[in-house]
Every structure is written in C-alpha cells, then in structure tokens.
Design a protein around this ligand. Structure first.
Ligand code: AMP
Length: 215
C-alpha cells in the first residue's frame, strides 16, 4: 500500500497528529506536519519561525503565502507516498495544493476527516504535553510522575505547547470551523475516498478503524 497520498483533517485536539504518525509508520508513508515544521522553525530561530510565532501563540493561522512556500519546499520532487497533517487549512491552501499536485501528477487518495466535541478537546489539549526534543505527544493523566516524567522515547523534557492554553484552544476550534471546515467540503466533490472518523474514542481503536478503511 506504499505510495498513498492522504490528507488528515480535524480540529485541534482531535488526535490528528497522533494518528498521522501511526498511519505513516504502518503504511510506510512520509509524515508531513506543518505544525511541527513551524515549531522547528521557531526553535531554530529561522525567519519563517519569527514571522509565524505570533500567529501560532494566539491560536491564529499563519498567512497562506508563508505556508505555501513551506509546503512547496517540502513536496517539490517528492515521489513516495505521504500523509499531510495540518495542511491545507484554508480554501486558498487547498486550491494551491491541487495546482501543485496536478503539475506532478499526484492524486489525493484519501481524506481522513476526524470529528470531535469541543469539550473533549479542551480536556485533552489542556493535559497534552510534548517532548521538547523528539516531539512525542503524551497526556498528563497517563504519565506516572505527571509533569516531571521524562519522554519515554528519548528521555527529553516534557513541556506544554504555547498554544495549548484553554482560551487559545477554543479560539483554534473557532478558526477550524470558520476556515478549515470549508476545506472538507472542497474535497467532498473531488476525492472519492473520504473517511469520516469519530475522534472521541480510544487512540488504538481509531487507528485500527482508519487502517481498515484504507485497505
Ligand atoms: P498544529 O500542530 O497542526 O495544531 O498547528 C499548530 C499551529 O501552527 C496552528 O494553530 C497554526 O497557527 C499553525 N499552522 C499549522 N499548519 C498551518 C497551516 N496549514 N496554515 C496556517 N497555519 C498553520
């Protein structure tokens, strides 16, 4: 099944990043997360990071022109399969992606559309911690020593993302409804393989369901 091209859409805290990592592993796809790329650009002090940080910290979207440059750089010359996580997030991004893929003859095979309740999201995201070094994601409720538990993959320090405060999460949810839900409608008439996923269930159950649907 290698070589598939998949887009995963879902509100903040829907588990889209977690699922994207697992699906990429199981189907040998490249995982491309624009959120991770932006956070890396912020940490390494790149110009893109400096421009993006203020938007990200406030729960707003980074302007389309910055995002398109970033994605073009990453997808240019890419031949294998991928799962896009966090992109496209606006209609202009979706249209630009279609133009980019048309040129290289790549067809989007599946859209994974994860849905989840805002209340579930607030609870989940305010407990979310990420490893400062390898970016692995955890939840405070399942960590043996709470905040002080080191990352089980690399021993790194676990931190809270700057945009995971409650008010910011709610704003990100609104931004998702306004700007990203229309992206799902855009794909409904263009991609046959739309897979609706209930994101309020257990992580393993969701992964298993997605893998079944992709086969
Ligand atoms: P994520 O890790 O996908 O939740 O992304 C974190 C933040 O990065 C978002 O809240 C946005 O500020 C920014 N971001 C990531 N991807 C995009 C995108 N495609 N367009 C605009 N902003 C983005």
């Amino acid at each position: 099944m290698a070589g598939k091209h998949i887009i995963i859409l879902g509100p903040p805290g829907s588990g889209k990043g977690t699922q994207a990592v697992r699906i990429a592993e199981q189907l040998s796809l490249r995982h491309l997360s624009t959120g991770d790329l932006l956070r890396e650009a912020v940490t390494s002090g790149k110009e893109l990071g400096l421009k993006a940080k203020a938007f990200m910290d406030r729960g707003l979207l980074v302007p389309d022109e910055l995002m398109l440059g970033l994605v073009q750089e990453q997808l240019g010359g890419e031949e294998g399969g991928w799962i896009l996580d966090g992109f496209p997030r606006t209609l202009p991004q979706a249209e630009a992606l279609s133009a980019m893929l048309d040129k290289s003859g790549v067809i989007v095979d599946h859209i994974l559309a994860i849905s989840v309740d805002p209340q579930v999201v607030v609870k989940r995201v305010s407990g979310r911690r990420v490893c400062e070094s390898c970016k692995a994601v955890y939840n405070i409720e399942t960590l043996e020593n709470g905040e002080d538990t080191p990352c089980e993959k690399c021993g790194g320090k676990l931190i809270k993302r700057a945009d995971d405060e409650e008010a910011t999460i709610l704003r990100r949810f609104e931004v998702y409804k306004d700007q990203t839900e229309p992206v799902l409608d855009y794909y409904k008439s263009r991609v046959d393989g739309i897979v609706a996923v209930d994101g309020s269930r257990r992580i393993d159950e969701i992964t298993a369901e997605i893998i079944r649907a992709l086969k």
